[in-house]
Design a binder for this molecule. Structure first.
Ligand code: 9MR
Length: 547
């Protein structure tokens, strides 16, 4: 009944545990080794969960600043598992969450040296990809094939989607741009670790190389996705050998591509020696995709419509987005920040009212990007971020888990854990702008949520915590014969939609609509666009508090 960050706490940051259905009113924190009391305290006043009606009280032990291993005991009641108080308490979490992307690599074997017991054979060479009937053009006629290897598998499935790569890549590239020094020290033991480039940029490059191949050099358009016709069964990558297709080009894909490659130009131009010509290719590709989008502003991917016209039917993830104003703004902003060209500034709209980023809503990424510019819009873009952050902070002390995450029922959507992580990023942007530690502390509260201070009592990052997620909807984790799931992957999190119709859910409360079951693709899948904000959040917090 004691919910807390199951990994641990920083010496000089808030420390909160939540006791659900408390019996007593006092608590102690004890040293795990000596069993001596390190801190005594009183539980806070009773709070009621707006969803489940459950009663809880808060144990605030922020006063304990000693490093070590501890546990909490309610006087006359429950006891927690051990946790750490440590200066760099989330360092391993940060490295593992980034390493999660290595485990998602397509077209390569993962040798034991890097992958440990999750070593596996190569899957999906993707060097002879068929052109789906929807994607046939004069440059790529019927019967032709193209090569687009590498990239990350999107999620628990083995397909590769440009739109979802957009926000994922933007988030990881921004982490590097916002915290370059910290990123340089983030070692993930990948094949490229020995080179002079930070691991995070080597990892991002694995997906960037794939994305670049998804552009048709003939016209600059970008195929919406590279996919099987249907989802695979529960098999390892090397056993998944069904035909692969690129499907039709879309405006959303072109704009996501343009944004990512424009930002990549900025980032990789500092590594010209290591990757000669890469940055310039990215910028040229970005501008070409932008121009294609200008010529094709309304080619929206609607899978059902495509299936009516072309064979075979494609039933994998659609990532269809018919509202691309935000993608236009984001692409224009990245192009503007990278080139300083006025033409792009005109289209570089930022959100006056910030909206939380997700795969189909990227307007906030324009605001974030403008902070890296000298544009006249910079201060307005920043204002919107601070206003949004202030809204997030409101009434947090009245919440049962004392977190920004979960104030609103709308937080619990498909992939709700990425909502928690993206709220954290918005708060950290506000912290960067103001230097007011309250924003960073609230972001840390959302990390605490993800690592255990939540209504489910799960630590949502595989491989961590005393009650970790064990059965994510992730094909390699389910098919590899290893008991522990592939580590460093963020489970999607509570989702009252329960679209998977799994029978193992135990609650209808939105914040408890989660089941640690492979069947639950709606609450327990993993996905690159959820892992990326997790990496950002935990890495940035380590950079801020891990001293
Ligand atoms: O994250 C996506 C979510 O917002 C959608 O509601 C859902 C249904 O279309 O799809 C989610 O994305 C999935 C994608 O379509 C296929 N790969 C797995 C993704 C995570 O579940």
């Amino acid at each position: 009944s004691i919910r807390l960050n199951q990994v641990g706490f920083y010496p000089h940051a808030p420390k909160v545990a939540v006791v659900v259905n408390p019996t007593g009113t006092e608590f102690v924190v004890k040293d795990a080794r000596t069993k001596k009391v390190a801190l005594k305290g009183e539980l806070g006043k009773e709070l009621e969960n707006q969803f489940s009606g459950k009663k809880s009280r808060v144990a605030d032990f922020s006063g304990l600043k000693k490093q070590g291993e501890f546990y909490i005991e309610i006087v006359g009641g429950a006891k927690s598992a051990n946790f750490k108080i440590n200066k760099r308490v989330h360092q391993e979490v940060a490295a593992a969450a980034l390493k999660g992307f290595y485990y998602q690599r397509a077209s390569t074997a993962l040798p034991e040296q890097y992958a440990g017991k999750w070593a596996r054979q190569a899957g999906h060479p993707d060097d002879r990809v068929a052109i789906h009937a929807s994607a046939i053009s004069s440059s790529r006629p019927e019967g032709s094939v193209m090569s687009a290897p590498q990239g990350w598998y999107d999620a628990g499935d083995y397909n590769k989607y440009i739109v979802n790569s957009g926000i994922t890549m933007g988030t990881l590239l921004s982490l590097y741009e916002d915290y370059p020094e910290f990123c340089k020290g983030l070692d993930t033991n990948i094949p490229e670790s020995a080179n002079a480039v930070p691991d995070i940029l080597d990892e991002i490059l694995w997906n960037l190389r794939w994305m670049l191949q998804m552009q048709d050099p003939a016209d600059g358009g970008v195929y919406h996705k590279l996919t099987n016709a249907n989802f695979d069964g529960t098999i390892m990558p090397e056993a998944a050998t069904k035909p692969r297709y690129v499907v039709e080009k879309s405006t959303a894909a072109a704009l996501n591509f343009a944004a990512v490659t424009a930002q990549s130009y900025r980032v990789y131009s500092k590594f010209e020696k290591d990757f000669p010509g890469l940055a310039d290719s990215c910028l040229a590709a970005s501008k070409k995709a932008w121009k294609w989008a200008e010529r094709n502003p309304d080619l929206f991917y609607v899978q059902e419509e495509m299936n009516k016209k072309f064979d075979p039917d494609v039933t994998t993830g659609a990532y269809g987005d018919g509202h691309v104003e935000d993608e236009w703004s984001w692409a224009a902003t990245e192009l503007y920040v990278s080139t300083g060209e006025d033409g792009f500034l005109k289209r570089a709209n930022y959100a006056d009212e910030l909206r939380l980023p997700s795969w189909n809503q990227v307007s906030a990424l324009s605001n974030y990007a403008l902070l890296k510019s000298t544009s006249r819009h910079k201060s307005e873009a920043g204002k919107a971020i601070i206003q949004f952050a202030d809204k997030l902070l409101k009434d947090v002390d009245r919440q049962p888990f004392q977190t920004v995450m979960g104030k609103s029922v709308w937080d619990f959507s498909w992939g709700s854990n990425s909502v928690a992580a993206n709220q954290g990023i918005a708060l950290l942007q506000a912290y960067k702008l103001t230097d007011d530690i309250k924003y960073a502390q609230a972001a840390l509260g959302n990390l605490d949520y993800l690592l255990g201070r939540n209504a489910t009592n799960y630590c949502f990052l595989t491989g961590f915590g005393t009650n970790p997620v064990m059965h994510p909807h992730h094909r390699p984790s389910a098919a590899d014969g290893v008991v522990e799931p592939v580590p460093g992957l963020l489970s999607g999190g509570p989702n009252p939609g329960k679209q998977d119709k799994c029978t193992t859910y135990t609650s209808n409360s939105p914040d408890e609509s989660f089941t640690d079951d492979y069947c639950s693709y709606a609450s327990n899948e993993i996905a690159i666009n959820w892992n990326a904000p997790m990496v950002y959040l935990v890495a940035a917090l380590e950079a801020i508090f891990g001293k």
